[in-house]
Design a protein around this ligand. Structure first.
Ligand code: SAM
Length: 327
């Protein structure tokens, strides 16, 4: 193997998150504003370009890939992509982040293609509220998918829940109860400064610390041993199975442990989620550059990965949406 991808702060980059499409079948109010323009198909990376990118990265030590979007399951042929990525030497982990609306019908095919782990996004346990937040009546399909993923043996299921003031902060304890009942891991994520919407004001954030305080009034939390390396602080809930986690991208600095870069659906490498500075690798693919040139480009991009994101008070809204970057 060639030398690893290491940035100027000695962080080894072994993980890429890829937005396979900016298209989504939900219209979450905190993510998009009504009718939003899609990126024209021709500007979205092809599967062959994504595969080439991962192959080049894998030769430099990347071993973990997460497919996200937009909604990755709205793009045809996702099992093909997973299968091809698995065939790349060095790739040891491929996971998917999805809203699960289309998951139930695709689970066996995804599993056969080699998918091992799935994160499902779900911001409410109430059917009517789901429709209000997402603008689509699909709550039952999501719950059906969660059950089928569990039956298919793709455990543990991680459920990602963005808690937003006035949206769903009254459901925090309900989510903890469901984590215990279903034996899943529910991860509370802080609301981040992205999106087409005017909603993000900074004041809508409920920090992980505040969420944890609410939970500790009712439940005893014990640091969990059943946890993968990653940004979440995970706890067992005393008296039952299931876990809860906190992901605090806004209120805390996990930057020193950051091991990832992102590839956006339009083919930009984004070294830091919170920085709008992106680097166009698609133009190299499409101008006939060889692997050596692309490899050198990726190394240069990794070198300039910022040491840390901005302080909470100075965070401003990012220009791109999470569906383009890959949430
Ligand atoms: N469609 C897939 C899904 O729903 O999981 C993948 C893409 S979606 C952008 C990924 C995650 O980003 C979802 O859990 C969504 O709730 C989250 N998200 C979107 N906008 C966000 C924001 N401003 N702050 C925090 N999370 C956000």
């Amino acid at each position: 193997m060639m030398s690893k991808l290491i940035d100027d702060y000695n962080r080894v980059i072994d993980y890429v998150r890829i937005s396979v499409t900016d298209r989504c079948n939900l219209r979450c109010r905190y993510c998009v504003d009504g009718d939003f323009p899609f990126i024209p198909h021709a500007e979205v990376l092809t599967y062959e370009e994504i595969i080439r990118f991962v192959r080049i990265c894998a030769a430099m030590g990347v071993n973990k890939v997460r497919l996200t979007g937009g909604e990755p399951l709205t793009r045809k042929g996702l099992p093909y992509l997973i299968r091809e990525l698995w065939a790349i030497e060095g790739i040891r982990d491929i996971s998917l982040t999805t809203n699960a609306v289309l998951l139930a019908d695709n689970i066996e095919e995804l599993k056969d293609a080699g998918l091992k782990r799935i994160n499902i996004s779900l911001d409410t346990l109430r059917k009517d509220r789901f429709e209000w937040i997402t603008c689509i009546d699909a709550f039952d399909r999501v719950i059906d998918s969660i059950k089928k993923v569990s039956y298919a043996g793709l455990n543990p299921i991680k459920i990602n829940t963005v808690i937003i003031k006035g949206f769903n902060d009254d459901e925090i304890l309900d989510f903890v109860k469901i984590a215990r009942k279903w034996d899943h891991e529910i991860r509370f994520i802080e609301f981040m400064p992205f999106g087409d919407t005017s909603l993000w004001k900074g004041t809508d954030i409920i920090t992980s610390k505040q969420i944890e305080e609410v939970i500790r009034r009712e439940f005893e939390l014990v640091p969990s041993l059943k946890t993968n390396r990653g940004p979440a602080k995970v706890y067992d809930i005393r008296g039952g199975p299931g876990r809860i986690g906190f992901i605090s991208p806004v209120s805390s600095h996990i930057c020193s442990e950051c091991n990832r870069i992102r590839l956006t659906s339009r083919g930009m490498i984004r070294p830091c989620l919170f920085s709008d500075v992106e680097y166009n690798v698609k133009s190299l693919f499409r101008s006939g550059s060889g692997d050596d040139a692309i490899r050198a480009f990726i190394r240069d991009v990794v070198k300039v990965k910022p040491e840390r994101k901005l302080e909470m008070g100075s965070i401003r809204k990012c220009q791109r949406t999470l569906r383009d970057i890959g949430g």
